[in-house]
Design a protein around this ligand. Structure first.
Ligand SMILES: [Zn+2]
Length: 423
């Protein structure tokens, strides 16, 4: 597995490792049609109309649905439904120009439409390579083959949850799509470390669910989310700016926060990240996997991003040092402090003072050695390409504020019953 996959699966495990109780409410938001209030209601009423199946009137045929079995070929299926071998052979040849029958795979669903008479000869064979696409094979006359797409219905849903317990219970009670959990982790990647979400954290989310024939097939956009972490609420709102989808907080700032370029307000870069330098104390050539910023003793050192303190201790080499985990990708480390100002487990915001410049450990003079970790490996932060974090443009403010009011009102209406009940 590569690193990214590891992270994704790691995040997934971490999120699944926490029990979430959900209240899921579905309501359709179709901007064009005068939509019924509940998707479930609308699905029930559809049934009273003539039923269509892949564009055909279901009442005109005997409908057989199944899935392709192992070692089953189109020929086996069609021969069993009064299609002769010559026709099947012709169809197979013709299909090479469109959807080749040899691509038909075991485990995929198919539908047969049979004549409504005593012979019950097959008229159409419809194969579904995936939930959205289907291929229709006409089994008469010119043996037409064409592809179609099922209509994807978008339902707006809301969910909320309280993080209260263990992996075991999560797997028993959680109804959340793991994909939704991964999306939340992505949205808040710059402010919340999802490996450390804790008991008592809670969230509310408004998102789109994609459905075909009333069955959920996946998650669309996450429209708005409130995540309460360490007692602080983090808000995220989906907004399209310059044709790019992005998430912004309630003050119209992007959630993608860049790191501070330096942990000191006023500093002098005294030694760069290099694979080879002459160590001033050890008097030998070795890699320098950090960037040194010189400043007078006692100068405040800031955390370059939001995160959780994972280390606050002393070693002979590092002296007093602090390490902060910002998200699943990034951690930063600050060495040679004269004084540490934070404890392990503490949540810090970008710009918070975490310690003071000193020369403890292997250091010749007062400086902070700033180390940057990406997926567990040290990198040169000055060479990293961090995402830009442009706020909502003035020209988009009106549209943004309108969206914000609507989504905030919806979030406010979502109740977190479990949390009240557990108190
Ligand atoms: Zn250094």
């Amino acid at each position: 597995m590569n690193n990214k996959l590891k992270i994704v699966s790691g995040v997934l495990t971490a999120i699944l490792g926490i029990a979430l109780i959900l209240i899921i409410k579905g309501h359709r938001t179709n901007p064009s049609a005068p939509a019924p209030k509940l998707a479930y209601d609308s699905l029930k009423t559809i049934k009273t109309e003539p039923k269509k199946i892949f564009g055909f009137s279901a009442d005109s045929f005997i409908v057989v649905t199944s899935e392709i079995k192992k070692n089953e070929f189109l020929a086996n299926i069609l021969l069993a439904h009064q299609i002769d071998y010559a026709t099947i052979d012709q169809l197979a040849k013709k299909s090479k120009e469109s959807f080749d029958v040899r691509k038909i795979a075991a485990g995929k669903p198919y539908t047969l439409l049979l004549e409504k008479d005593s012979v019950q000869k097959a008229r159409y064979f419809i194969y579904q390579p995936d939930p959205v696409n289907y291929v229709v094979y006409e089994l008469y006359d010119s043996l037409g083959i064409y592809e179609g797409q099922k209509e994807v219905e978008i339902i707006e849903k809301s969910a909320s949850g309280v993080i209260y317990s263990s992996l075991y219970e999560t797997l028993q009670t959680s109804e959340i799509s793991p994909y939704l959990a991964v999306r939340l982790a992505d949205i808040f990647a710059w402010s919340i470390d999802f490996y450390r979400i804790q008991k008592g954290d809670w969230f509310k989310v408004i998102y789109e669910e994609k459905r075909i024939d009333g069955k959920p097939i996946g998650i669309g956009k996450v429209m708005a989310v409130e995540f309460n972490h360490f007692g602080k609420s983090f808000l995220g709102f989906h907004f399209l700016q310059a044709d790019k989808e992005d998430y912004f907080d309630e003050t119209a700032n992007s959630l993608r926060k860049a790191f501070l370029k330096s942990p000191l307000k006023f500093s002098r870069l005294s030694s760069r990240y290099t694979m080879r330098r002459f160590h001033p104390v050890q008097k030998r050539w070795k890699a320098h996997l950090g960037t040194d910023y010189a400043a007078p003793s006692g100068t405040p050192i800031m955390s370059t991003g939001d995160g959780v303190v994972t280390h606050s201790s002393y070693t002979r080499g590092n002296g007093n040092y602090v390490k902060i985990k910002h998200n699943s990708a990034y951690s930063t480390q600050y060495l040679h402090m004269s004084k540490r100002k934070v404890n392990v487990g503490q949540f810090v915001k970008q710009g918070d003072i975490i310690g003071l410049v000193g020369s403890t450990g292997l250091a010749t003079g007062p400086h902070v050695c700033y180390r940057f970790w990406k997926y567990g490996k040290q990198v040169d932060h000055l060479k990293e390409d961090f995402p830009s974090a442009e706020p909502v443009l003035d020209s988009n403010k009106l549209a943004f504020d309108k969206m914000l009011q609507e989504q905030k009102a919806k979030l406010d209406r979502i109740q977190i019953k479990e949390m009240l009940a557990s108190k």
